[in-house]
Design a protein around this ligand. Sequence first.
Ligand SMILES: Nc1nc2c(ncn2[C@@H]2O[C@H](COP(=O)(O)OP(=O)(O)OP(=O)(O)O)[C@@H](O)[C@H]2O)c(=O)[nH]1
Ligand SMILES: [Mg+2]
Length: 386
Amino acid sequence: MSKGGRAAVARSRSIDHQLDEERERREKEVQTLILGSPGAGKSTFLKQLRLQYGDGFPPAERQTYHDQILQNVATGLVHLIEHMERIGLKFQSPEMKKLATDFKRKHPRISIVTLINKFKEADEKAEKMCPATTKAELTKRLSSLDVYKPDVPSVEDMHTLWADPAIQMCYERRHKFETDRLSASSEYFLLHIGRICCPDYLPSIQDILLIRWPTLGVQEHQFIMDYRLYRMIDVAGQRSLRKKWIHFFDEAAAVVFFVSLAEFDESLEEDPSVMAMQDSLQAFHDVSYNQFLDKTDIILFLNKKDIFATKLKNSSITTCFPDYKGPDTMDSSLQYIQDRFLHNKPATKQMYTHISCAIDVPQMKDIVATTVECVVEINVKRLKHL
Ligand SMILES: Nc1nc2c(ncn2[C@@H]2O[C@H](COP(=O)(O)OP(=O)(O)OP(=O)(O)O)[C@@H](O)[C@H]2O)c(=O)[nH]1
Ligand SMILES: [Mg+2]
């Protein structure tokens, strides 16, 4: 064989070797992307996964959520104080009024738009100082940029505020807030304030599942099953941060896409002129047709069915879908939404759907197990085409 021929054979062997290594790594490592709109339940799903396939949140780990929970309680209280100001509901004493004013100043409710801007600024600064050259570096940076570090609120102040009759009256009227409604998680944490403000408080699993703490970068949870490493990548759902999703597309075996059913009558915080569910439909369509994901199957979660059921009692999905002509029942409305998401799907793609309530541990047990099985199957199918 000529010298050139031998070099070509060596090159070919080296490429084969690299492909084998790559194939071996992909066989051992399964990457799943968790995508979807802000607040749809991506991080909550990841917590359910940790509960079932991870460490199950031992006490030391649960303790790490303490400050986030106190912060959620504070947000709920400030929300009530702001509503009292709006409707002219007065505190009973000047001391209480001062405490409320100081508390609001120390723990302001931060809009998601402000947080995103802070995050983008920090990300651009970090990129300028030390550009990420690999995906691992980018993931590391996106998961470590911590732009939301509010002061931990005083437990005594929260106790005192919560005991005030005017705050209590405002809380009782929470269902009548016409705009800027109290979120389900704020409602939950305010209701449990007595337990949470105890000196020996240890967050329960339910408390951890109810926390609202937007993901601004990337969070990853890994678990090993049958000698395979499963990497579940949870990325920020905010519209203007979605550009980051694309960096993770090429290695994804599967996509789990979350939609909040509760958003059918809501508009986007980032752009109030856009209906949130219409935006989710668009994002889902973009992901389904993305060229880097052409062989990636999608597991669609229509989540927050509990809030959806409550909302449907007084409203209709026509708010978001004026063409809907069916009855305002749960089954019919759900079917319509599901059809809207799955209609027009790429012919080559398999789509699986779950209708879920991600904070419900017993209910999520089967759904999480089915999802993991589905990811395994999707990966087996994918490896055949590698
Ligand atoms: N009632 C109810 N609340 C839910 C459900 N799923 C999630 N939540 C709550 O909704 C809030 C947002 O959930 P997350 O899991 O943080 O949402 P996310 O998709 O990760 O949001 P981003 O990180 O902002 O993109 C949290 O307070 C959760 O406890 C559900 O099915 N029902
Ligand atoms: Mg999140």
